[in-house]
Design a protein around this ligand. Structure first.
Ligand code: T4K
Length: 412
């Protein structure tokens, strides 16, 4: 576990690493440090798996993982996959999406790539700055005769406006699905996320609060869709030697399911740690000018897996990038998710050079957000030190700016 080896106080700006002091943390403190459940349970599962000599292809651990996920969410079908990107690709294909699909530019690039990979054009909609999610009001003007669907992304696990998206999808006869990579364990309108739209896609990547090393799943209440997903995940095989569908290899391995099951058993504990961390950051950053943490609806369930701060230019004495440089100098590897937005990444930047003109809120938000380290690997003591670093840096903006080499970006 990484520990701070010195602390800063409010008037200790001179000791910030960016100003020549030693870094607060001897080892890098990462945003996505994996959570680990009961090691003995995991190793016992792995031993049983080795005894069975059944490592992949719908083994018993995968089947158990799928059933438990479906139970937690309250959906009929859970189809586990090797990661969420392949799960998105397969879901998109199984739903018959083609032509153009509307999605937010403010997301991890996998959402867009899953479309473009199969020559479907992602059409980037703007976001609602209050929720960071796709703005339903920005969608309708993007609908063309080639549009076949909408992918909402529940960014940070906070729900999209599913009711408004339903209305738009129905009005234009579009298929609506969700990228719920951040949203396992979160609820919306009293229902668990996973049961909205035609299907939803989950991620269990190592950096997610609940991980299976790599892994993902498509969850749905649609029997036919689930059957198609299962075929596509396994080359289109139905039984031995009989291929009845175009498919690929999207299977989850048994060792990944062993990790997923072990993580599921620790889920309540992990969420409690994330909530404790979130509360500690909130306490530590309260009252700092121009620094706001995202809020969570206390009436809903949440996984609290991302600690997301918005740094408002003008109100905050330092910009987001300056603050990230300060944190990186202290070995706090804060991340600028989702900067610069999918529309500014290749191949979209080249294919749609004017996309940014329609995305003012995305542009604004992408330049303001910083994601801070959390999860089981981050102690309350470490969070207090991180908050002290931010406080100390904001108290000495001129000195910090002078210390930053002009033209050098925080992530260079
Ligand atoms: N849709 C959305 C909305 C998503 O956010 C994602 C993934 C997907 C779809 C696709 O899901 P998957 O196909 O991955 O299942 C990371 C994750 O790799 C990615 O899964 C995640 N979203 C995204 C938000 O974050 P990077 O490029 O930032 O990863 P990386 O390697 O820089 O890791 C992040 C931090 O975690 C680093 O500081 C190092 C630390 N880390 C990472 C790994 C893998 C560890 O400490 N241990 C580890 O094992 O994308």
């Amino acid at each position: 576990m990484t520990r701070a080896h010195h602390t800063l106080d409010a008037d200790a700006g001179a000791r910030l690493a960016i100003l020549g002091g030693p870094p607060a943390f001897p080892e890098p403190l990462h945003v996505g440090r994996p959570n680990i459940g009961d090691r003995d349970r995991f190793l016992a599962r792995v031993n049983e798996m080795l005894e069975r000599r059944w490592f992949t292809n719908n083994g018993p651990l995968v089947l158990e993982f799928e059933q438990k996920l479906a139970d937690v969410i309250g959906v009929k079908h859970c189809v586990a996959m090797c990661n969420a990107t392949i799960a998105l690709e397969i879901a998109i294909r199984a739903l018959g999406l083609k032509g153009e699909v509307i999605m937010p530019a403010y997301t991890f690039v996998a959402t867009a790539h899953a479309l473009q990979w199969q020559e479907i054009t992602p059409v980037f909609a703007d976001i609602d700055p209050r929720t960071h999610n796709i703005d339903p009001a920005s969608i309708e003007r993007l609908v063309t005769p080639r549009t076949t669907g909408i992918i909402g992304v529940h960014v940070w696990g906070r729900p999209c406006d599913t009711a408004a998206l339903d209305v738009i999808a129905t009005r234009h006869r579009l298929t609506l699905m969700y990228d719920a990579a951040h949203a396992f364990g979160c609820s919306h309108a009293g229902r668990m996320i996973g049961g909205f739209g035609a299907c939803e896609v989950l991620s269990f990547h190592a950096t997610k609060f609940l991980n299976s090393f790599e892994g993902g799943a498509v969850v749905t209440n649609d029997d036919q869709l689930a059957a198609a997903l299962r075929l596509m995940r396994n080359f289109g095989f139905r039984g031995y030697d009989r291929v009845i569908y175009l498919g690929t290899n999207g299977k989850l391995t048994e060792i990944c399911a062993a990790m997923g099951l072990t993580s599921l058993e620790a889920m309540d504990e992990i969420v409690a740690t994330n909530k404790r961390n979130c509360d500690e950051y909130r306490r530590g950053l309260t009252g700092l000018p121009g620094v706001t943490l995202i809020s969570h609806d206390s009436a809903e369930r949440h996984n609290y897996q991302y600690v997301v701060a918005e740094i408002s230019p003008g109100a905050a004495p330092l910009t987001r990038d300056e603050l990230v440089a300060v944190l990186h100098a202290e070995n706090v590897l804060a991340r600028k998710y989702f900067w610069p937005g999918c529309h500014r990444m290749e191949p979209y930047r080249a294919l749609q050079p004017n996309a940014a003109l329609l995305l003012p809120e995305t542009e604004r938000l992408a330049s303001r957000i910083v994601v801070l380290p959390t999860g089981q690997a981050v102690t309350v003591e470490a969070i207090r030190t991180i908050c002290e670093i931010v406080r100390a840096a904001l108290a000495e903006p001129e000195a910090v700016r002078a210390a930053l080499v002009p033209g050098r970006r925080a992530d260079d």
